[in-house]
Design a protein around this ligand. Structure first.
Ligand SMILES: [Fe+2]
Ligand SMILES: [Fe+2]
Length: 292
C-alpha cells in the first residue's frame, strides 16, 4: 500500500516486522507455565470450568498457528516481509499453545476433544480458502479471544491463573491490530475482494456474538462473565475493529448492536484491541501482572 494511502495512526510493515523480530528474541526468556505456582480453585465446579475455558483458548491458539503458517508460505511468495511477519506471528500462537498445554496439565485437565459447537465452528473456518477470508476470520477470532481474556482477568483472583491470563491478554492486544495490518496488506493486493470481505465480516459478526450461548454454560463458573455481558462486549469490540481504518468500509450489523443495546464503538484508540493498545503491549516486559 502506498504511503499516501496510509491513514493517520497506521503503522507500516517495517514497524510490525521490527517489533515481531524483537518479540521473537524475547519469547525464549519468558517463563513457562510449569514455573507458575499450582493454581487453587474454590471447588471442583470452578476447576472444571477453568479446564473448559483454557481448552477453548488452546483450540483458538492451535487454529491461529496453523492458519498463520499456511498463509506465511503463500504470502511469502509475493511479499517476503509479510511472509516473515505471518510466520513470527504464528510462532507466538504456537508458544501460547504450548503454554496452555502445560497449564491445562497443571490444573488437572489436559487437552480434551472439542465440543459440538466448537468443532462445527472450526470446520466452517477450515473451509475458507480465500486469503482475505482466512485473515479476516482469524482477526475476528483474535478479537473475541482478547475480549474474553481481558474480561476474565477482571473477575479471576487466583494469582497463577492471573499470570496466565495476563500473558494472553497482553499478546492478543498486540495480535488484533497486527491482523488488521495483514488484512490491509492482502486487500491491497486484491482490492476486488473487499466487497466479499465486508459481507464475511457481517456474517461472522452475527455468528461470534451468539457464541457466548454455547460457551457460558461450560466456563461461567470460572470466569464469572454473563452471557449478555459477553455478547455485548464481543459486539462492541468487533464493531470497533476498523475504527483506525474507516477507508475499508467495514460496517457492523447495526441491528445486532441495537438488539444488544450497544450504542456505538468507542473513539479510535480507546479500544483495548486498537493500534494504540498494540503499541502499549508491543514490549512484553513493560506489561506487568496487576494484583487482583
Ligand atoms: Fe494467542
Ligand atoms: Fe493471537
Amino acid at each position: 500500500m502506498s504511503v499516501e494511502l496510509e491513514p493517520p495512526g497506521a503503522r507500516d510493515s517495517t514497524w510490525w516486522l521490527t517489533v515481531l523480530r524483537r518479540r521473537a528474541l524475547k519469547m525464549a526468556r519468558e517463563p513457562t507455565a510449569a514455573e507458575l505456582p499450582p493454581p487453587r480453585f474454590t471447588d471442583e465446579t470452578e476447576r472444571r470450568a477453568a479446564v473448559a475455558f483454557f481448552n477453548a483458548a488452546f483450540r483458538a491458539e492451535e487454529s491461529g498457528l496453523r492458519q498463520a503458517h499456511e498463509l506465511a508460505h503463500e504470502a511469502g511468495t509475493w511479499d517476503p516481509a509479510l511472509g516473515e511477519m505471518l510466520r513470527l506471528y504464528g510462532n507466538e500462537e504456537g508458544w501460547h499453545r504450548e503454554l496452555l498445554e502445560e497449564f491445562l496439565a497443571r490444573i488437572g485437565g489436559g487437552v480434551t476433544p472439542m465440543g459440538r459447537v466448537t468443532r462445527a465452528l472450526y470446520r466452517a473456518y477450515a473451509c475458507a480458502e480465500r486469503m482475505e477470508t482466512i485473515v479476516l476470520t482469524n482477526l475476528m477470532f483474535e478479537t473475541i479471544g482478547a475480549t474474553t481474556y481481558r474480561m476474565a482477568l477482571r473477575n479471576v483472583r487466583e494469582p497463577a491463573v492471573r499470570r496466565m491470563l495476563t500473558i494472553l491478554t497482553r499478546d492478543e492486544s498486540f495480535h488484533v491490530p497486527l491482523n488488521v495490518h495483514f488484512l490491509r496488506a492482502v486487500l491491497a493486493r486484491r482490492p476486488n475482494a473487499l466487497g466479499r470481505a465486508r459481507l464475511v465480516y457481517r456474517l461472522a459478526f452475527v455468528g461470534l456474538v451468539l457464541l457466548p450461548l454455547a460457551s457460558r454454560p461450560k466456563a461461567r463458573a470460572f470466569d464469572r462473565i454473563g452471557t449478555r455481558e459477553l455478547a455485548r462486549a464481543y459486539a462492541r469490540e468487533l464493531a470497533g475493529l476498523f475504527d483506525d481504518h474507516p477507508e475499508l468500509g467495514f460496517t457492523p450489523p447495526w441491528l445486532v448492536l441495537k438488539l444488544l443495546g450497544v450504542k456505538e464503538a468507542r473513539t479510535s484508540g480507546q479500544s483495548p484491541t486498537s493500534l494504540a493498545a498494540a503499541e502499549r503491549a508491543a514490549e512484553r516486559e513493560h506489561v506487568v501482572v496487576e494484583e487482583a
